[in-house]
Ligand binder design. Structure first.
Ligand code: HAM
Length: 420
């Protein structure tokens, strides 16, 4: 019996892997432009990191984590997101003590959530995320958003919509929380069991409930925007002014609460062209309390994450192709036993000289070797047989125009390098 791939996962075969490479390359390039440095953290962490970091009342922690005990009876979880790990590392390595602040970090790697799989919703998915820790300057909020936008534009997406909100500071949030409790409490019996628990623990989560999103009280719920205190409103205004001046368009959405608990002040999402039910390509926001929550000093932070899976779907919808040159420089065709012995040596020389080169390993006849050269999109075919070996020469065929020339072995690499 063949073994099936786990539900919600997939393989990236070579014919698609080049797209992933291109996307990852672009992410790294854009991060370098913005001076964000890579951080790599483990794929699994202590479960309490996410319970405390992402929040006990979130769907992620309550329903979606891959949690297990290891042989030493430790509670571990495959990371469902990257921010908590980055903050754990920032605290653990005392990066807050470095003179270079903010610490501007990025990551690309797999995340795991036990969700109902569909296009753009996987159980293992790959996030590209960036986090700026240590600055409460509104221009860094705008920078993080600009980074994501620049990345999508460089990849070739055009149909993007930035949605923006502010959840305010702790004082604003406390006032909003009381208003939400007063709004929902009289009718909380009409809501799902999760929402009933959320009412006292974290009423903001009710607004994010998938089961009750059509309840009439949802549309009339008090909006955070009306509860922002002066400092929070002022901060948000500054972020918007910078975005305006950068020419980054956005839509305000006071219902954008995000699915993780650590957010305050600026929150944002980028939506893409419709791909069925899922349109959110990227999400992020400010999390000023998270560093201290995880044992570090009071430190502001902001970041975003996006998945490569959803980006690929959006590229498909917008018919953007990521084609890159995947051709071989040359393919060595050997005729006869002596040539077959010489071929690997010649090939090795070509490769050491920096040429992308290959040969046949399937005992193909000459015609079959040429066919393989075609499949590999070889620009040149280097043919060697008895005569060529005696003369220490090869016949080099330019596959674009069919022109053939005899080239001495000693001149071969230079010849091909000059032509390509
Ligand atoms: P999030 O909104 O949970 O935020 O996820 C961010 C992005 O990850 C989503 O917009 C989506 O592109 C992608 N994503 C999430 N779940 C899946 C899935 N099951 N399959 C495919 N793609 C998925 C966070 O994770 C925060 N850590 C973002 C952040 C960084 N906030 C501040 N810094």
């Amino acid at each position: 019996m063949t073994i099936q791939i786990p539900r919600g996962t997939y393989d990236v075969l070579p014919e698609d892997a080049f797209k992933w490479q291109k996307i990852e390359e672009t992410a790294r390039e854009v991060c370098a432009l913005f001076n964000y440095k890579e951080i790599r953290t483990p794929i699994f962490e202590s479960t309490d990191l996410f319970q405390r970091g992402v929040g006990d009342t979130t769907d992620i922690v309550q329903k979606e984590m891959y949690t297990f005990k290891d042989r030493g009876d430790r509670d571990l979880t495959l990371r469902p997101e990257g921010t908590a790990s980055v903050v754990r590392a920032y605290v653990g390595h005392k990066l807050f003590g470095l003179p270079s602040q903010p610490q501007k970090l990025y990551y690309i790697g797999p995340m795991f959530r036990y969700e109902r799989p569909q296009a753009g919703r996987n159980r293992q998915f790959t996030q590209f995320g960036a986090e700026a820790l240590g600055s409460a300057d509104p221009s860094i909020d705008a920078e993080v958003i600009a980074l994501a936008m620049t990345f999508y534009r460089k990849i070739g997406l055009k149909k993007l919509k930035l949605v923006l909100n502010s959840l305010g500071d702790p004082e604003s949030r406390a006032a909003h929380r009381e208003a939400l409790i007063a709004h929902f409490k009289p009718s909380i019996g009409e809501f799902c069991a999760d929402c009933q628990k959320r009412l006292e623990k974290n009423p903001l989560r009710i607004l994010d409930c998938k089961a009750d999103h059509n309840h009439p009280l949802m549309a009339t719920a008090p909006s955070i925007i009306d509860y922002l205190n002066d400092a929070s409103r002022d901060y948000f205004a500054k972020v918007k002014v910078i975005l305006d001046e950068m020419g980054i368009e956005y839509e305000l959405d006071p219902t954008l609460v995000r699915g993780l608990d650590y957010y305050n002040h600026t929150t944002f999402e980028i939506m893409g062209a419709s791909q069925g039910a899922i349109t959110t390509l990227m999400g992020g926001g400010r999390y000023n309390g998270l560093v201290s929550e995880l044992g570090g000093p009071e430190t502001p932070g902001i970041g975003f994450a996006l998945s490569i899976e959803r980006l690929l779907l959006a590229l498909e919808v917008e018919a953007v192709s990521l084609d890159t040159d995947r051709s071989l420089d040359c393919f060595v065709v050997a005729i006869g036993e002596k040539a077959e012995q010489k071929a690997p040596v010649l090939l090795n020389q070509l490769r050491l000289a920096g040429l992308h080169a290959d040969k046949d390993y399937m005992e193909r006849k000459v015609k079959g070797q040429f066919k393989q050269a075609d499949r590999d999109k070889a620009k040149f075919v280097v043919v060697i047989g008895d005569e060529e070996l005696d003369a220490q020469k090869a016949v080099v065929k330019n596959m674009a125009d069919g022109v053939q020339e005899e080239v001495a072995f000693t001149l071969l690499t230079n010849y091909i390098k000059e032509k390509i």
